[in-house]
Write a protein that binds this ligand. Structure first.
Ligand code: NAI
Ligand code: MG
Length: 363
């Protein structure tokens, strides 16, 4: 059966890095009979310019029908004055919302060749491979009431509400355990059960799902603040970290800095499994943005985008061997001293976007 990939290059460097992903897809089709069929559509500012909306209904339908969506990046100074609901980011938010992508996966991988770019010492991060699973559609960013109330005595009250229902915790917990099963079998759940009811309940539900459905895996619990300390002190003790929307936002940005370079980090956002087919909606994208400062110069690092494809192979298509091979090709290219400007180091050879993509494809 063919595998449908929707490519959404987006704005800025998005189009440049997507070309490099297409090279890897061509190699997979040619040498691994992968059977990928790709279709390309607009998202972000370019979609607003050409189609009048940051993501059109037609593109939404393509995204819903695809087996996986690969997205470059959206946004840029050109659209700074555009109405709020038409801004480039609104296209990305609509995709996430309508595809119900509740699980955000952010790996923090530190390639040995880049360990010196980390904010931490080489021995602490070299070979690091952890996966942060952040709940993306619930919690305090979305809970009601959410308002600023005038108390009438010269005081106002700002209210955000942390809300988690049983099903929301269950599905993110199952996602984390399923992922851990394909890795080193360990999940660390982070919350603040000592001061938050939602933390107490999060802990209870994750513990039950582990006991009833994944007793063969290891589950540990950390208070999110202490977990954050351990993440920078000795990150290699973790395998999969599962946490809520707010803590996950912070912990995944902290973890990103362990690895040193924004141009290297992929991400995945997964939805629920379809009751009939078992397939999950999925969107894969680099963590970085559209980098307008270097767009059009051929300097963009395509490796985060390529690593996002590798995540897609792993999580949407169960092509584990191919994902491993693609990730190994990225590591070997870096090991050979081939670098784009953002990760350039003494003694290495600086190449542009296209040459970097070619080097990976060749390996
Ligand atoms: P950015 O990630 O685009 O750039 C930050 C810095 O990192 C820049 O100096 C850029 O040149 C560099 N950089 C980023 N990716 C790189 C790569 N692949 N290779 C080499 N260097 C790279 O973040 P910034 O500048 O804050 O935002 C620029 C635009 O991107 C804004 O419009 C923002 O809203 C949007 N954005 C979009 C995201 C998305 O589509 N998911 C995520 C983050 C920002
Ligand atoms: Mg953030």
């Amino acid at each position: 059966a063919s595998k449908k990939l929707l490519l959404l290059p987006g704005d800025g460097i998005g189009a440049e890095i997507m070309v490099e992903v297409e090279k890897q897809i061509a190699i997979l089709n040619r040498h691994a009979a992968a059977g990928f069929e790709t279709e390309t559509a607009l998202v972000g500012g370019c979609a607003y310019d050409a189609e009048g909306a940051p993501v059109s209904d037609a593109t939404m339908a393509l995204a819903q029908a695809a087996d996986a969506v690969l997205l470059g990046a959206v946004g840029g100074p050109k659209w700074a004055g555009v109405a709020y609901e038409m801004r480039p980011e609104a296209g990305l938010l609509r995709l996430r919302k309508e595809m119900q992508l509740f699980a955000n996966l952010r790996p923090a991988i530190c390639y040995p060749a880049l360990a010196d770019a980390s904010s931490l010492k080489r021995e602490i991060v070299e070979g690091l491979d952890i996966l942060i699973v952040r709940e993306l559609t619930g919690g305090v960013y979305f809970g009601e009431p959410k308002e600023i109330v005038d108390l009438g005595n010269g005081q106002k009250r700002a209210i955000d509400t942390q809300v988690y229902d049983t099903y929301e915790i269950e599905r993110i917990a199952r996602t984390a355990f399923d992922l851990a099963r394909t890795r080193r079998g360990k999940v660390t759940s982070m919350e603040k059960r000592n001061v938050m009811k939602s933390g107490l309940y999060w802990n209870e539900v994750v513990t039950r799902i582990h006991r009833d459905e994944y007793p063969d895996l290891t589950l540990e619990h950390e208070l999110a603040d202490a977990g954050g300390m351990k993440l920078v002190k000795a990150p290699k003790q973790f395998d999969v970290i599962v946490t809520d929307n707010l803590f996950g936002d912070m912990l995944s940005d902290i973890a990103a800095m362990l690895t040193g370079s924004l141009g290297m980090l992929p991400s995945a956002s997964l939805g629920a499994a379809d009751a009939k087919t078992g397939k999950r909606k999925a969107l894969y994208e680099p963590v970085h943005g559209s980098a307008p400062d270097i767009a059009g110069t051929g300097k963009a690092n395509p490796l985060a985008m390529i690593a996002s494809l590798a995540m897609g192979l792993r999580y949407s298509f169960e092509m584990i061997r191919e994902a491993d091979a693609l990730e190994a090709a990225v590591a070997e290219t870096l090991e050979a001293g081939i670098r784009t400007g953002d990760v350039m180091a003494p003694g290495c050879t600086e190449v542009g976007t296209g040459e970097m993509g070619d080097q990976v494809a060749e390996r």
